[in-house]
Design a protein around this ligand. Structure first.
Ligand code: SF4
Length: 408
C-alpha cells in the first residue's frame, strides 16, 4: 500500500518568507514586512519557508491556504516599512479606500494632462529641506503603500474621464524606487493607450545600472533627479543621510542619461550649496542631462533650514549662470517644456466649509489624524482621536480634489 504524503506549497508573487528564531518574517513588496509567530504557522502543519513560497506538510493546499490567508490578514494589519520602521497600511482594491483625496498617496489631478501617481510614502534619505517632511527622522507616524493593479485601474478611469492624452507623473511623497513593483507600474501605465509618457522624480541613491535598464525598458520617458551638491560632505549634510554617496549617484546619473531623458533638479539652499550650483550645471552639461534649478520655498509642515531667497535674487543668480554657461534657466516655458495643458475638471464632491460624515479606514500620517472615506474620496481628518466608525468633520481644503478636514 502506498501512503500519500500531503504537502501544500503556497506561492506568492509579492511575499517573501524567512524563518527566524520563534517567528517567520514575511516581506511584502520588498520594503515592507510583518512577523508571524512560528507556533501559529505550525498549527497549519510543520512548515518550511522557501523564498516566495511557504510549504506546509500534512495539509491539503485548500485547507492550508484558507488558514494561512487568515494569518496574512492579521499580519497586514501589523506591517512595517523596513526603511523608516513606521507602521504601514496597504491600500488595495478591496480596502474600500478611494485613491483620490490625499496629497500623500494615490492619484492627484490638478486639472491638467499630468496625473500625479503616488504609489507609496516614505524615504531612505532625510533631506534638510524636504518640503513634505519625509524620511528617516520624519515627524510622521505611518506609511502607506498601494496595490499596483488598483493604482493602474483607477488611473485608467481618471484618464478616460479626462478624455485626452495624459502623462503619468510618479511624484511620491517619498522615494518611488522603494516601491517594489515600480518597473511593472511604469510598464502598466505606459501600456495604457491614453498615456503618452511616464516620468518620475527620484533622489537617485538606490539606483544601479540594472535597475535603470529596467526602468528604461519599462518605458520611463524622463527621470527628474534631485542632486543638490557635488562636494561629498555637503551632499551628505543636505541629504541628511550619513550613507549618501554622491560619487555613486553621479555614476548612476551619467548612466541614466544614456538610457532616458534626465533632468538634474537641484534645490538652491542659500548658505548650503551656493558654490555647488555651478558645479551641478557643469556636471549636467557634461553628461548630456537637462538642468532645472529650483528655489527653496518655505512649507509649514516641511523642513526649513534656511530663509527662502527672494524671487528677484534667485532669478538674478540664474541669469548669471545663463550668461556664464550659455544655457537657458529662466526663460524656460515650463508649461511648454513639460507639455502641460489644461483639461476638464474632475468634479469635487465637497467644497471647503462643508460638513461631512466619513467612515474611518486607517490611521493618518500624523498623530491624531485618520484617513476616512466619503463621496468616493479619501479625506485626511485631523484632531480625530476615534479609530473606527463614522466621524463628522468640516472640510478645510478641497483644491484639486485633495481633501483635508477637521473632526468636529
Ligand atoms: S529625497 Fe525627497 S522625499 Fe526624500 S527626504 Fe529628500 S526631499 Fe524628502
Amino acid at each position: 500500500m502506498q501512503i500519500e504524503v500531503k504537502q501544500a506549497r503556497l506561492e506568492f508573487r509579492d511575499l517573501g518568507f524567512e524563518k527566524l528564531e520563534g517567528k517567520t518574517r514575511v516581506s511584502f513588496l520588498r520594503n515592507f514586512y510583518f512577523d508571524v509567530e512560528n507556533e501559529l504557522l505550525e498549527r497549519i502543519g510543520p512548515f518550511q519557508a522557501d523564498g516566495n513560497s511557504i510549504v506546509f506538510a500534512g495539509s491539503t493546499e485548500k485547507s492550508a491556504r484558507a488558514r494561512f490567508n487568515q494569518i496574512l490578514d492579521h499580519g497586514f494589519a501589523n506591517m512595517y516599512n523596513k526603511v523608516t520602521k513606521k507602521p504601514s497600511y496597504y491600500i488595495h482594491r478591496y480596502s474600500g479606500i478611494p485613491l483620490i483625496g490625499s496629497n500623500a498617496f494615490g492619484l492627484i489631478d490638478r486639472n491638467t494632462n499630468i496625473i500625479e501617481v503616488k504609489p507609496l510614502t516614505g524615504c531612505n534619505e532625510n533631506c534638510n529641506y524636504c518640503s513634505v517632511d519625509e524620511g528617516l527622522r520624519t515627524r510622521k507616524v505611518s506609511e502607506v503603500v498601494i496595490e499596483r493593479e488598483y493604482l493602474v485601474q483607477e488611473f485608467r478611469k481618471l484618464a478616460e474621464f479626462k478624455g485626452c492624452e495624459v502623462e503619468a507623473y510618479i511624484n511620491s511623497q517619498g522615494e518611488p524606487t522603494l516601491y517594489g513593483p515600480l518597473p511593472e507600474l511604469i510598464s502598466d501605465l505606459k501600456g495604457l493607450e491614453m498615456v503618452r509618457g511616464v516620468v518620475m522624480n527620484s533622489n537617485g541613491s538606490l539606483l544601479d545600472e540594472d535597475y535603470i535598464d529596467r526602468l528604461a525598458a519599462a518605458g520611463l520617458r524622463r527621470l527628474n533627479l534631485s542632486l543638490n551638491a557635488i562636494d561629498p560632505q555637503k551632499a551628505k549634510i543636505i541629504s541628511g543621510w550619513g550613507k549618501y554617496d554622491i560619487e555613486r549617484t553621479k555614476r548612476m546619473a551619467a548612466y541614466a542619461a544614456e538610457k532616458t531623458e534626465l533632468l538634474i533638479a537641484p534645490v538652491w539652499l542659500p548658505g548650503y550649496n551656493d558654490d555647488e550650483i555651478p558645479k551641478l550645471v557643469e556636471f549636467a552639461l557634461g553628461i548630456g542631462a537637462k538642468i532645472g534649478i529650483q528655489n527653496f520655498l518655505y512649507y509649514k509642515r516641511g523642513r526649513n533650514p534656511v530663509t527662502a531667497m527672494k524671487w528677484e535674487d534667485f532669478y538674478a543668480r540664474l541669469a548669471g549662470l545663463e550668461e556664464k554657461y550659455g544655457i537657458n534657466l529662466t526663460k524656460m516655458d515650463l508649461a511648454d517644456e513639460f507639455r502641460i495643458r489644461p483639461t476638464i475638471n474632475l468634479p469635487k464632491p465637497f467644497r471647503k466649509g462643508r460638513v461631512v460624515d466619513a467612515e474611518i479606514k486607517i490611521p493618518g500620517r500624523y498623530p491624531n489624524e485618520k484617513i476616512a472615506v466619503a463621496g468616493n474620496r479619501n479625506i485626511t481628518i485631523s484632531n480625530c482621536p476615534k479609530s473606527s466608525g463614522t466621524v463628522r468633520a468640516k472640510i478645510i481644503r478641497s483644491k484639486h480634489n485633495v481633501f483635508d478636514a477637521i473632526a468636529i
